[in-house]
Design a protein around this ligand. Sequence first.
Ligand code: KIV
Length: 282
Amino acid sequence: MSHKQGRITTQTLQRKKSQKDPIAMITAYDYPTAKIAEQAGAEVLLVGDSVGTTVLGYDSTIPVTVEDMLHHSKAVCRAVDRAMVIADLPFLVAHLSNDEVLKAAGRLMQEAGVYGVKIEGEAQVINNVKALVQAGIPVMGHIGLTPQSVNQLGGYRVQGKDAETARRLINEAKRLEEAGIFALVVECVPEELARTITDQISIPVIGIGAGRYVDGQVLVFHDLLNIGGTFSPSFVKRYAEVGELIHQGIRRYVEEVKERKFPEEKHVFRFETLHSNQLLSK
Ligand code: KIV
């Protein structure tokens, strides 16, 4: 990835926080939609391990592998000129040895070309965050509802609703900042808690289901466009019904094939010099 003029960097995001200019982040998993997301103005594209549920058909992010992340990150990076591309370290990787975490993050940067990685978790991942930062890898943290721990959390629930867990999350945000992360995703927490974290740390806080008083927002591509979803969390706003549009388009295509309405005259090729009856006659 070259450092072209106009590229979004950690400094750009930091400046946005100080100027109170909200950051727009969205997930992306493939070339065409990453291109559309960048052209529509998203500053950060997250190759989230939500690829597992949105694209790969798993019922959680747990089965997603580093190879999956590489495959999708490569496609997204090929599409992008300016936006910052961040890839999730998938399930368990952030808890492996320093060497293994460095190797996975290094592959995502060198082979796919992502700008940096996102790590879910708090105290348990601090040493690996430090190792990555020391190696020059930009790290985005992720606390609150961390989907990789869904089994332990007992489902996708709002986190930090009581004073003790709220205080713990504020402290973990500070520890992660000290460890060197450049931004922090805070997912599914009360608005007041996200606001407190945003006020008490100096790096950008990107919220998802975390209310209005954060430095930026992130949503899952398929959620905000309602593609393939059956369940939609209450914090999601559906900006378009793209799934329905795709359904209608394909349905019309199927009908026209069956009714022999497609292809039409304008869709077929003709010989230049030969007449069909010459070809057909023996
Ligand atoms: O994987 C993902 O899409 C994420 C977002 C929910 C922040 O981590």
